[in-house]
Design a protein. Structure first.
Length: 288
């Protein structure tokens, strides 16, 4: 039997927030196991979600997303000052690939869009700094070239293999790796990234750091900038983060990370409300 012990959207989980009906030793174990989730949640908050929120508040009239499944993070209607085209904000560690999200959705893009990317570096154990920012208009023809010679049928075949529940997780991983390690996937600029574990079977994609500058920003310098800026506005060195809250019934969850053992499972999630508030939390299940 699997029991939900805690569904928490706070910065930390003090012992008094753990249900009292859970035996003492299990409460202690739960409290200790949640601290790694806290570290991950803080990193996601400060370098992805908060970067996007700063962009929305600074350049796009405080636009509030309506839901996780919407086509664009910032639709064209909200971009009245910078081209009236949809916006795709991304954040990545300097020198590492840029995660683009769902592969089929990205492949299907057939309109110009603004790709705003912020790169960061780890300055100390507890501090990260923004090093390089780029805001680039991407034309459909340019985007398609990054996928060539992959076709949608190729992606659908790989996606079906990943989601084939008749295959065990290990079998699905091996099959997905076999397919992605062969043409046409090895010939394209964009990389496909199967995500297969106990909580997900998804096909995502990414763009390598050097390919981003070579193909999308050939005139830009990939080295750290003195003052990373977007449209002439410097990116804040630190973002303010409002206190986390317990979610209401209206909103949606996105799983960021799941760690499982034979006895327990801890999931780190991001909560997004209809008003655009996004917070990171975790849920803990104990098998008894």
């Amino acid at each position: 039997m699997t029991v939900l012990l805690l569904k928490c959207f706070t910065r930390y989980a003090p012992p008094n927030r753990i249900p009292t009906q859970v035996p003492a030793m299990k409460r202690v174990l739960l409290f200790l196991l949640l601290f790694p989730a806290l570290a991950l949640s803080r990193e996601v908050q400060s370098h992805g979600l908060l970067f996007e929120k700063w962009l929305r508040d600074t350049f796009f009239g405080g636009y509030e997303p309506q839901g996780y499944t919407q086509k664009w993070d910032i639709p064209a209607a909200a971009n009245t000052q910078h081209g009236n085209i949809p916006v795709n904000p991304k954040a990545a560690k300097h020198g590492t690939p840029i995660g683009l999200g769902d592969a089929l959705r990205q492949f299907d893009i057939d309109e110009p869009f603004l790709l705003i990317t912020g790169f960061w570096q780890q300055k100390t154990k507890t501090e990260k700094i923004w090093t390089n920012t780029q805001a680039i208009r991407i034309e459909p023809a340019t985007w398609k070239k990054l996928w060539h010679p992959i076709t949608r049928a190729d992606l659908e075949k790989l996606d079906s293999s990943i989601k084939n529940k008749s295959l065990s997780l290990e079998e699905a991983r091996k099959e997905a790796q076999r397919i992605k390690s062969s043409p046409p996937f090895t010939e394209a600029v964009i990389q496909v990234n199967p995500k297969i574990d106990g909580s997900q079977r998804r096909l995502q994609c990414s763009l390598r750091f050097n390919d981003f500058f070579a193909h999308l920003a050939p005139g830009a310098d990939s080295q750290p900038q003195a003052t990373p800026s977007i449209f002439g506005v410097p990116v804040p060195k630190r973002f303010d983060s409002s206190p986390a809250r317990f979610p209401s019934e209206n909103g949606y969850l996105r799983l960021l990370k799941k760690v499982s053992t034979s006895a327990a499972s801890c999931s780190v999630m991001v909560w997004s409300s209809p008003s655009g508030i996004r917070e990171v939390g975790w849920a803990f299940w104990l098998r008894i």
